[in-house]
Design a protein around this ligand. Structure first.
Ligand SMILES: *Cc1c(COP(=O)(O)O)cnc(C)c1O
Length: 305
């Protein structure tokens, strides 16, 4: 079942629509849920009984993966970078699901993952590794699928989106959408708003993922727009508290500080800067609802530590 697309009417002289990936029907939804369900098809098929993944203990990715593991009685191990450790609604759910977390300095992540997989396999477990954030061709596939849902909506409703905006992190979501555009030969702009990485690193990650999925076909470069002007000082930096309040009041839709708030803010500034008018614009709400609740005190009391 496709996630809904809502028509939100006029916005800065354009017609704004929102695809509600936050309503994807698994554990508060979001792009991590869409990606994880595809990974778990592989896990089921291969009869794995142990999952190792990488991600911050407070991430949307770890919440969804640890929930799926718990529901299937699969052992779940998370390697988390020390730098990003915080108690949040996501980390509390992860704890509830009983996933084991090993917090290590960023530089030790790679070796720790290899050693852990080796140890678990030597205990006779069948281990499946899910890359951080659901990166890789399976994650890309999830957003090729999402692109097809968008095409279907356009067909049924007689509209065509000139622009698609969303929060870009590891670039997997972005890559899937670019693949969708290239496969369909669609003339529109797919614009990822960086929530952390600067250019050229951020954009190159998207290009690498598209090439890994499609091979080196022409036009990949032209089709990939990665905007790094609105990320503040990086991951988790607050640039968007007024946007979050505004969107909640105006539409009754929760955004968060780390991803969707930044992306919505970035989209708004981009539309103004480039003087875009009279276009149909789709914003993809990539989820992260538990993060909205983490920031609620800040929204109320202005207490953004
Ligand atoms: C992870 C995440 C993103 C970024 O997705 P990538 O595929 O890593 O680029 C955007 N929004 C939310 C809410 C996320 O959790």
């Amino acid at each position: 079942m496709p996630t809904p697309i809502q028509n939100l009417d006029e916005y800065l002289g354009n017609e704004l629509y929102m695809k509600r990936e936050d309503l994807f029907p698994y554990c508060f939804g979001g792009n991590k849920a869409r990606k994880a369900l595809l990974f778990f098809e592989e896990i089921k098929k291969g009869k794995y009984n142990c999952v190792v993944t990488y991600g911050s203990g407070s991430s949307n990715h770890v919440r969804v993966v640890s929930n799926l593991c718990a529901s299937m009685n699969i052992e779940c191990h998370v390697i988390a970078p020390k730098e990003a450790y915080k108690v949040t609604n996501n980390s509390k759910m992860r704890e509830l699901f009983g996933a084991d977390v090993k917090v290590v300095p960023v530089d030790d992540v790679h070796d720790t993952i290899e050693k852990m997989i080796e140890d678990l396999e030597s205990q006779g477990k069948k281990v499946y590794f899910i890359p951080g954030g659901g990166h890789g061709n399976i994650g890309t596939q999830a957003y090729v699928d999402c692109y097809e849902e968008i095409k279907q909506y356009e067909k049924e409703n007689g509209v065509f989106f000139d622009y698609i905006f969303f929060a870009s992190g590891t670039g997997t979501t972005h890559a899937g959408l670019v693949v969708g555009k290239l496969k369909n030969n669609d003339d529109r702009k797919i614009i990822g708003i960086s929530i952390a990485r600067p250019n050229p690193r951020g954009r190159n990650a998207v290009l690498d993922s598209v090439r890994e999925y499609m091979g080196d076909v022409p036009d990949i470069d032209d089709a990939t727009i990665f905007v790094d002007d609105f990320r503040g000082v990086g991951y988790g930096d607050t640039v968007s508290e007024w946007v979050i309040k505004d969107v909640l009041i105006r539409y009754g839709i929760p955004l968060d500080e780390t991803y969707t708030g930044k992306a919505f803010y970035g989209m708004s500034e981009y539309i103004k800067d480039k003087q875009i008018k009279g276009k149909k614009i789709l914003f993809i709400h990539t989820g992260g609802t538990p993060l909205f609740f983490d920031s609620l005190n800040g929204l109320l009391y202005g207490d953004y530590n």
